[in-house]
Design a protein. Sequence first.
Length: 441
Amino acid sequence: MQTADTELFPAHLATVAARTSRALEEAGYDALVLHSGGLRMVDFDDYPYPFKAHAAFKLWAPLTDTPDCFIHFRPGERPVLLFNSPRDYWHKPAPLPAGSWTANFDLRPVATLEAARAQLPRQGRVAFIGDAEGFADWGFAAVNPRDLMLRLDYGRARKTPYEIGCLREANRLGARAHEAARQAFHAGESEYGIALAFMTAVSAREQELPYNPIVALNAGGAVLHYQVLERTPPPERLSLLIDAGVASAGYPSDITRTHACADADFAALVARMDDAQQALCAGVRAGVDWRDLHLTAHRLVAELLHDAGIITVDAEAAVDTGLSSVFLPHGLGHLLGLQVHDVGGTLASPEGGEIPRPEGHPYLRLTRVLEEGFVVTMEPGLYFIDSLLAAAKQNDRHARHIDWARIAQFAPYGGIRIEDNLAVTATGCENLTRDAFAALG
Ligand code: GLY
Ligand code: MN
Ligand code: MN
């Protein structure tokens, strides 16, 4: 199990420091201050919303649950970590971190924001990155300057070996939790019961997961970001679409599985989607334009729809006319890293600029050519979405090419998504998710 206490961490930090030094110089700053984030209190009350540490801060230090910490970095110097150690009898202050990774920092406890402010640098042009609120009058040369952030975001796509280790561990935990969820589904649990099984398997509370788990039974699978957790099982158990991940040292997994229950036709559709997803994974390697893979996915899903008798035109025509987007209305995948939808997926260069999405595919989050060290999700889907099908029924171009009896047959199953996390290599990719499931035995 990898934590930040690994020999990989110093090399990771050295890479981050080198990238940051270059970006600071190019953008015209002398030093950088990163803030872990502040607690947001509920209006008129004294308890906070769940805390999410700022991703730019987590890149440097694996601290995910402590607000109001700061990192100060000046190129050529050891980074300073100001750790929030308040005197507070209402809450239990976090203990000063003690892992071997802390040896890379000048670690200092600070009891208040004022004390932190007093220890932050003043010489030269200092840039600040973090939640902007509350820092306007701290004397920084710039707060979240775009020219600096673009450069850092662009570089974040290439993960260090340490980061890939964290993502591998997040997948190991994710696979374990998904297996518990699958068993809970077959045992007849509700959506809520399945979510509890997922979290219990890895001792996580919901706010510690990288995103709220999507646990959709039956037709709920057609809602892409289904957010309900029904407390009672439906009268008939048809399908489960579960999109859920676990975090390790601040790095998430983002895994989806679709399970069929006793219907041979739907199970065959899931199996075909699994084959298509694996074929797409086989096409991942450095040098591939993700937009091409996205369009290949549309062709594969359209072939599947045609072979299953759901549409009556061939795949080429279905993609060209936009019919495939009725069933697959989201992007094929995205960068995965400190954020589930990691930054910089459409950046043309470290200076900015946007690589356009293919026409008719507005939700694609990744348009870059893959490089060694990128970690991406591969998540083709196929859904029976009421609103999109209703629009297609009114559309002369589409309505006559859809077998509406087949739609009525499959709609109660919601949809299918299969999502793995892939670390791109020069010649292919490491499938962090499949490897993790295989290791479960
Ligand atoms: N879990 C959200 C996504 O797959 O992108
Ligand atoms: Mn997902
Ligand atoms: Mn995803």
